[in-house]
Design a protein. Structure first.
Lengths: 581, 278
């Protein structure tokens, strides 16, 4: 029971030392926090423990006051930046919030609730989040900013992990709302870190879109108050579909699902990759988490509607991503697509769907964090942002190239975790078709979307590895070890976690080990084999003398952009109407 | 089947698949009223290729070709061991990606175009392959090949899935009308162009293994009726070659549209139909 305090104290302590700018102590405490918190979470996750406890009324009052302060701050931001959307939404939220405060019945139930799901999220947050925060220490050394700002940034990362720890154990809607708004504040502060024009525009957009999510949660609270039902997640009963719908909408906002996706894209393009990692690896995972929490009250119609909606987002976003050339933007698109996939499967609401979603959440967090870290290295050490500049990267740094390829493979190829999640979901969806033929649409969108993701990743690869035999040597550039270390750590976590999947059955075990062996042998041979005595030749070029420069293919669907956006907004209303029927 | 027979089928796969390829060339020649090469031509080609002076562009490029071949061989082993259909499809995806990386790993325009087209071809047939296996699951109730092959044959309820397979076999084995990724006259063979001598032999042999992969889906449709399965494979072989001879190559973008639309429609008909009968 007292372990909850650790989830609060350790990140805050790390935050404190990061602010003190003591590198040694920061590293020590970060590593300590990483190991202790992940171990505790893993232990409790596997022992199926459940804890719950109340906050006393004093704490409740403090949180309410802080909430009002926060909303006031949002209004202030809106006023100062002369952004009407932010200002209006902040005031609107404040009115709704005050209504909730004065009308909510003071029932007492576990305000904090830790079960299997919460412990699982705690594993993801503390394992992946802490590794990112450790990586950030090195990363920020390359950042061109004052020492004050750097200290603030590193301290804030740990504060963010604390917020994330709290949001997954909050059981009360209002408490959840408070931490939800705090994550919104974090996005705002992390995105606008550099204070240039693009960062400020994107941060304001992220702010008002996420405030919409807050509005949806408050709607859910008000409906609960009007219907005289409980405002605790664990007390949610099946006839209260409307509450579930609004909470699901809030999760769409946080998970940057269509039509709200532009805030996450903005967060990625804004030049702060560390915050990009945190967003895509941890924060947006609130979306599938929230759906998993409420999906047991979904009616069959509602669960089909949300599944279809999100699977549609998965396919359409994968299609739209084919036109992009910024590496981080590509990763952002695939994050949104895979989040939609998670939400889609989570909303099916059965035990099997629950497990598949957990697989997806974990392996996606690990492999996306890894890819974003490499994107950060590319930006800081090689000054590469667009995939068009990837030329000759393999000669410059084989390690980085291999890591990118492995990262791509971990999203799409066997034997990595995401592949298993996809495998199980396809099996599961096929089973669902037998119950409701409309799931066939889900299956079609799923298979098309996932093959589009393959196309997306491996067309990028075309720029990564092309090189000629006869070209002059390119100088190798060493990458700093602290950068690569965290990527390797994440990769090994991904491979190691396969153990939990691979021992499921003999055939899976054989399959996994064979492919891992194949990959290992490939890299060994690449290192050892020299093909001595075999002559090297230049490529065939029809007798032409000049050298060719090959580009990447893009498939542009941007002319349908507005159509897509409008139809997804319409679909939201359809969910609202049909879900209630 | 006894263990030894399965073992032999796996180990000798590239050899008897070569006869498959030889037969295909003989058949094509007969359809075009040419004399054509003898049945043993793939083996003569092998001798010839092994005899030539080995040349290569770079190490990565060559290694990718070898691994493409070995991954496909492992894939064939998994088919004969009766693994899950989905594993096999995803492993085939891995093999194709290795081939695509091979195409990208040299600075050759033809090779790059070939790889890009191959990627588009994957976007076209990969979803259909998965839907085909969903269709098979609807009828036979499982994804495990070993179980399907011991279940009474229900070929007739899979007739549209059969058409879908016939639709994508040319895309997998690079036959007309879906041979844009290879397109000898336009892009000089695409990915194949930068390989020579013994290394080309691996790519050449991998093509035979791709044929086993593609036709094994047809064999599976027949369930436990192995004689019918064999007949079906031979018939489809004839049919696919007839299509190859009587159609012209279509553009890659058209190919993606045609395969996706037709394939999804065919598989959906079959899946919905099997729900109605059940």
């Amino acid at each position: 029971m007292y372990i909850t305090i650790l989830y609060i104290i350790l990140p805050l302590l790390s935050s404190f030392f990061a602010y003190k700018d003591n590198k040694k102590l920061t590293y020590t405490f970060s590593a300590f926090s990483l190991i202790v918190l992940s171990t505790i979470s893993v232990f409790h996750f596997f022992s199926n423990s459940v804890y719950q406890f109340d906050l006393n009324s004093f704490l409740h009052t403090i949180i309410t006051i802080l909430d009002l302060v926060l909303l006031g701050y949002f209004a202030f931001i809106g006023f100062k930046a002369q952004n009407k959307k932010v200002l209006f939404l902040a005031l609107f939220q404040a009115i709704l919030f005050l209504y909730c405060i004065f009308n909510v019945s003071h029932e007492s139930f576990g305000d904090l609730y830790l079960n299997n799901l919460s412990f699982f999220m705690l594993i993801v947050i503390n394992l992946v989040g802490s590794i990112i925060a450790i990586y950030a220490v090195k990363y920020m050394e390359y950042e061109n900013c004052s020492k004050e700002k750097r200290r603030f940034f590193l301290a804030y990362l740990w504060f963010f992990i604390f917020i994330m720890n709290m949001i997954v154990i909050a059981n009360n809607y209002l408490l959840f709302f408070f931490f939800f708004e705090l994550t919104t504040l974090s996005s705002y502060l992390l995105i606008r870190f550099r204070k240039d024009e693009i960062s400020i525009t994107n941060s304001l957009r992220a702010l008002w879109l996420n405030q919409l999510g807050g509005v949806f949660i408050l709607f859910a609270v008000i409906i609960a108050i009007l219907n005289d039902s409980s405002i605790y997640f664990t007390q949610l009963k099946s006839p209260e579909v409307l509450i579930a719908i609004f909470l699901a909408f809030a999760s769409f906002v946080k998970g940057a699902s269509k039509p709200f996706e532009s805030w996450l894209l903005g967060a990625m393009v804004a030049p702060t990759p560390v915050s990009a990692i945190l967003h895509s690896a941890t924060m947006v995972k609130i979306a599938p988490f929230l759906i998993l929490k409420i999906s047991y009250v979904f009616t069959p119609t509602l669960s089909l509607l949300i599944t279809l909606f999100s699977m549609g987002v998965f396919a359409i976003i994968s299609l739209q991503s084919l036109a992009k050339d910024n590496f981080k933007e590509i990763l952002a698109y695939s994050t949104i697509a895979l989040l939609a996939l998670m939400v889609s499967i989570a909303s099916m609401g059965t035990q099997e769907a629950f497990e598949i979603t957990l697989y997806l959440i974990f392996f996606h967090a690990v492999s996306k964090a890894m890819l974003f870290m490499i994107a950060g290295v590319l930006e800081k050490q090689y000054h590469i942002k667009s995939i068009e500049d990837f030329t000759l990267l393999f000669q410059k740094s084989p390690i980085i190239t291999s890591l990118i390829l492995l990262g791509f493979a971990s999203v799409t190829m066997p034997p990595f975790g995401l592949f298993f999640a996809k495998l199980f979901s396809l099996t599961y969806i096929s089973e669902m078709i037998k119950q409701n033929p409309l799931y066939l649409l889900v299956a079609i969108l799923f298979v098309v979307g996932s093959s589009l993701l393959v196309l997306l990743y491996f067309k990028v690869a075309s720029k990564l590895i092309d090189f000629s035999s006869t070209q002059e040597k390119v100088e190798k550039q060493e990458v700093s070890k602290e950068f690569v270390f965290s990527s390797f750590l994440l990769f090994f976590i991904a491979v190691f976690s396969l153990v939990f999947v691979a021992f499921d059955s003999l055939s899976i075990f054989m399959f996994t080990t064979t492919i891992i062996l194949l990959i290992v042998v490939f890299f060994l041979l690449l290192k050892l084999l020299n093909f001595k005595g075999i002559d090297r030749v230049k490529e065939y070029s029809c007798g032409e003398k000049y050298s060719h420069n090959v580009g990447v293919f893009y498939y542009d669907f941007d002319r349908y952009k507005t159509t897509f956006q409008n139809s997804f907004i319409a679909l939201l209303f359809i969910i609202l109407i049909l879900g209630l029927v | 089947m006894s263990n030894i027979a399965i073992f032999l089928l796996i180990v000798l796969a590239p050899i008897y698949a070569a006869f498959f390829e030889g037969a295909q060339r003989v058949l094509k020649a007969k359809m075009q009223r040419r004399i054509g090469p003898p049945l043993m031509q793939p083996f003569y080609d092998m001798y010839k290729l092994m005899d030539k002076r080995a040349l290569m562009v770079n190490k990565t490029h060559t290694l990718f070709a070898l691994f493409y071949f070995f991954t496909l061989w492992i894939l064939i082993a998994f088919i004969f061991l009766g693994f899950n259909l989905l594993y096999i499809i995803f492993l085939h995806l891995l093999a194709s990606i290795i081939l695509i990386l091979a195409g990208f790993s040299v600075k050759s325009i033809f090779s790059h175009i070939g790889s890009n087209r191959k990627l588009l071809a994957i976007v076209a047939y990969e979803p259909i392959l998965l839907l085909i296996s969903v269709g098979i699951y609807m009828v036979y109730g499982t994804f495990e090949i070993s179980v399907i092959l011991n279940t009474p044959s229900q070929f007739l309820s899979l007739i549209f899935v059969y058409f879908a397979i016939i639709l994508i076999i040319p895309a997998i084995t690079k036959l007309s009308p879906f041979d844009a990724p290879k397109a000898h006259q336009e892009i000089v063979g695409g990915i194949e162009i930068e390989y020579g001598a013994i290394f080309y032999e691996f790519l050449y042999a991998a093509k035979f293994l791709e044929m086993i992969f593609a036709y094994s889906f047809i064999y599976i449709l027949a369930g436990d009726n192995h004689i019918f399965g064999t007949f079906l494979v031979l018939f489809s072989f004839l049919l696919v070659n007839l299509i190859d001879n009587s159609t012209a190559r279509i553009q890659i973008s058209h190919m993606v549209k045609v395969i996706l639309v037709l394939g999804i429609v065919l598989c959906s008909i079959n899946i919905l139909g099997s729900l109605l009968w059940a």
